[in-house]
Design a protein around this ligand. Structure first.
Ligand SMILES: [Fe+2]
Ligand SMILES: [Fe+2]
Length: 188
């Protein structure tokens, strides 16, 4: 039986944009789950992906923009502020009952905030990186970003999904710590 192969971009900007698309899909999956109980599993996966994605941007991508662009500091400060707000929203949401209406209301707010943030990155940060950073470095950055994927849901790989899920279940804050450790190891 042939497995569907999804080409993983080997350059950091396309890789992160693909993750933005996946994040959007995963929000929809939670918000439109068939019944309230069915929100739990995709919500855990969404938290994993957000932990991996935002930590990688904070450790690998934003520092590089600070170095490369004259207005890098200002752009990064604004992005970090948005990431901080999203984390605060998420920490609140993970204490809510997934079957409640409040959960859906708050998750919809988080979705809007995260997607607006992703758009800011795609408009203000990524084009500058692609302009200022050479292809080899963009690929090296992708490798560091991918290091954190060990705790992220991998799709489509139904076989390994449940094992990884069990390992990574925990509060969002501990997912952030684990993503940070993996990236730290990768960048040395
Ligand atoms: Fe971000
Ligand atoms: Fe992002």
């Amino acid at each position: 039986m042939s497995e569907m192969i999804v080409e993983t971009p080997d350059e950091v900007v396309s890789f992160l944009k693909a993750q933005h698309d996946l994040i959007e899909d995963m929000f929809d999956e939670v918000l439109h789950a068939s019944d309230p109980q069915a929100r739990e599993k995709p919500f855990i996966e969404l938290r994993q992906l957000l932990a991996v994605h935002e930590t990688a941007e904070e450790m690998v991508v934003h520092p590089r923009l600070r170095r490369e662009a004259d207005d890098g500091d200002a752009i990064v400060e604004a992005l970090l502020h948005e990431e901080h707000e999203a984390k605060a929203l998420l920490s609140n949401i993970e204490n809510l009952d997934v079957t409640s209406q409040e959960f859906i209301t708050e998750l919809a707010k988080l979705r809007d905030a995260v997607l607006a943030h992703a758009e800011h990155e795609e408009l203000e940060e990524f084009p500058k990186l692609q302009k200022e950073v050479n292809t080899d470095d963009l690929k090296r950055m992708a490798a560091a970003v991918k290091a954190a994927e060990a705790i992220a849901p991998t799709r489509p790989h139904p076989g390994v999904e449940s094992a990884k899920l069990n390992l990574a279940v925990g509060p969002f804050a501990s997912m952030l710590d684990r993503a940070r450790d993996l990236i730290k190891q990768a960048i040395g």
